[in-house]
Design a protein around this ligand. Structure first.
Ligand code: SF4
Ligand code: SF4
Length: 122
């Protein structure tokens, strides 16, 4: 489980990371089903090659470079990244359920502008 997208992506979802990922392991892309409905984007844990290109590309610092580096408040989204599979509707629903629950359980973080949210991670 390498790189992890966290909650500053929620409300941003600009796909800058998709544009720089050399192995197309971040989904859903804008041209894929479910993009509009997706709460956030997710990194496929087995396809990611740990290149790091997505981290500086993200305008809101949503991406951590390891599970260990991911703050406690974002651990549920580690699970969401690990579950999401673009071609598996059940997996999409399960990951989205975790992301939706995260939003409901963190009104404090969601009230912060996405650009400032990462600084508030605990
Ligand atoms: S670390 Fe590299 S391979 Fe992994 S999601 Fe980011 S850009 Fe893609
Ligand atoms: S660049 Fe950051 S905010 Fe944009 S889609 Fe990727 S993870 Fe989300």
């Amino acid at each position: 489980m390498p790189f992890v997208i966290t909650d500053p992506c929620i409300g941003t979802k600009d796909t800058s990371c998709v544009d720089v990922c050399p192995v197309d392991c971040i989904h859903p892309r804008k041209d894929e089903p479910g993009f509009d409905a997706a709460t956030m984007l997710y990194i496929h844990p087995e396809e990611c090659i740990d290149c790091g290109a997505c981290v500086p590309a993200c305008p809101v610092a949503a991406i951590y470079d390891s599970v260990d580096a991911t703050p406690r408040s974002q651990k549920d989204l580690v699970d969401a990244n690990s579950i999401y599979r673009q071609d598996d509707s059940g997996a999409v629903q399960a990951a989205e359920a975790l992301a939706t629950k995260h939003v409901q359980e963190h009104p404090d973080l969601m009230a912060i502008d996405p650009k400032e949210r990462q600084a508030a991670h605990t």
